[in-house]
Design a protein around this ligand. Structure first.
Ligand code: NAP
Length: 303
C-alpha cells in the first residue's frame, strides 16, 4: 500500500490514455478556453493548460476578455464556440468577475461541450447517476482512490466543503451504484456543528474548503484515508510563499493510512482530466460514447 497518494503517476497514466485514444480514433480535439480579466493565480493555471494541451496534441484556443466584459459579451462568445464544429469543449476560467452570472454562463454552454461541467444538465446527470461530462476535481478524487486501490464501497466518507465545483458533485458521485463509489457520504460546511467529531468518524476524509491546514491529527481517526483538495498559498517565516492544503500533512501523516500531498496530489490529476474530458467530448461529436467505466478501465489497466 502506498501511504503517500502522489498524483503524478495517476496523471501520467491519464495522459497516456489520452494519447492512445487520440491516435486510435484519429481525433483532433480542440477546446475554447475563456478567461475574463487577468487574475494572477488564474493566469498561471491558464498557461499550464495551454502548455499541457500542446504536449497532448489538443488545440487550446484562448480568448481573453477584458475584466469589464458584460454577460452579453460572454454569452455571445460561448455561442460562437457552441456553433463551431471544430471546437469540442468549452472551458470558462474561474474566478469570474462579480458582474458575470455564473449560472447563466453555465446554462449557455452546450451540454456536449461542457468539459468543466457547468451546465445544470450535466450537474443533474451526476445526481441521477447518468453518464456525462464530469467535473475534473471530484473525478480526480475518485480516480486517485481507485488507482491506489483504497476501499470506497461501503465506507464512511466525510467531505468538508459544499461548493458546486467540488464538494457537492463529489458527494453525488460517491453515491453512485458503482464498485469504485457506493460510499455513505456526509458533507460538512461552515455552518456545521462540531465538525471535528463528524470528521473523527470518517474512513475517508476529503477536504475542500480553502483553509490552510484546517484538519489536524486530533480530528481524524487512526488509519483514516485523507484526500486534500485544498490549495492555499501561505508565506513562510522567511517571507517565501509556498502552497499547503486544507489538511495539516505533517500532523496527520503518522495517524493516517494514506494521505495525498499538496502540491503533487489531487491538483496534478485535475488538469490531465480536463483533457480526458475534452477527448470524451470529441468522441461524443463523432457519435462514440465512452463511459466512466470505459475510461477507468483504461486508466487502471496494466497496474
Ligand atoms: P469555495 O467555493 O470557496 O467553497 C469552500 C467550501 O468550504 C464552502 O462550502 C464553505 O462553506 C466551506 N468552508 C469554508 N471554511 C470552512 C470552515 N472553516 N469549516 C467548514 N467548512 C468551511 O471553494 P472551492 O472552489 O470548493 O475550493 C476549495 C479548495 O479547493 C480551495 O483551496 C481551492 O483552491 C481548492 N481547489 C482545488 C482544485 C484542484 O484541482 N486541486 C480545484 C478546485 C479547487 P459554506 O458553503 O458554508 O460557505
Amino acid at each position: 500500500l502506498d501511504k503517500v497518494l502522489s498524483g503524478k503517476p495517476v496523471a501520467a497514466k491519464i495522459r497516456q490514455t489520452i494519447k492512445d485514444l487520440i491516435s486510435s480514433h484519429d481525433l483532433h480535439p480542440a477546446m475554447s478556453m475563456i478567461q475574463i480579466g487577468n487574475d494572477p493565480a488564474s493566469e498561471y493555471y491558464v498557461q499550464n493548460i495551454v502548455s499541457s494541451g500542446a504536449k497532448l496534441n489538443c488545440r487550446v484556443d484562448l480568448t481573453n476578455l477584458p475584466s469589464d466584459a458584460s454577460q452579453k459579451d460572454l454569452i455571445a462568445l460561448i455561442n460562437t464556440s457552441n456553433m463551431d464544429t471544430s471546437i469540442h469543449g468549452i472551458m470558462l476560467q474561474r474566478p469570474l468577475p462579480k458582474t458575470i452570472n455564473e449560472y447563466q454562463a453555465g446554462l449557455a454552454v452546450h451540454p456536449d461541450k461542457d468539459i468543466d461541467c457547468l451546465n445544470p444538465i450535466n450537474q443533474g446527470k451526476i445526481v441521477l447517476g447518468e453518464d456525462g461530462l464530469l467535473p475534473c476535481t471530484p473525478l480526480a478524487v475518485l480516480i486517485m482512490l481507485a488507482y491506489y486501490h483504497l476501499p470506497v464501497s461501503g465506507s464512511n466518507v466525510v467531505i468538508v466543503g459544499r461548493s458546486p465545483v467540488v464538494g457537492k458533485p463529489l458527494a453525488n458521485m460517491l453515491l453512485w451504484k458503482k464498485p469504485f463509489a457506493n460510499a455513505s457520504v456526509t458533507i460538512c460546511h461552515s455552518q456545521s456543528r462540531d465538525i471535528a467529531s463528524i470528521i473523527s468518524r470518517a474512513d475517508i476524509v476529503v477536504a475542500a474548503i480553502g483553509q490552510s491546514e484546517f484538519i489536524d491529527s486530533s480530528m481524524i481517526k487512526k488509519n483514516a484515508i485523507l484526500i486534500d483538495v485544498g490549495i492555499n498559498e501561505i508565506a513562510d517565516a522567511d517571507g517565501k510563499n509556498r502552497y499547503v492544503g486544507d489538511i495539516d500533512y505533517n500532523s496527520c501523516y503518522d495517524k493516517a493510512l494514506a494521505i495525498s500531498p499538496v502540491p503533487g496530489g489531487v491538483g496534478s490529476v485535475t488538469t490531465a482530466l480536463l483533457f480526458l474530458g475534452l477527448v470524451k467530448a470529441c468522441l461524443i461529436s463523432s457519435g462514440i460514447n465512452k463511459t466512466i467505466d470505459d475510461f477507468l478501465g483504461l486508466i487502471l489497466s496494466d497496474k
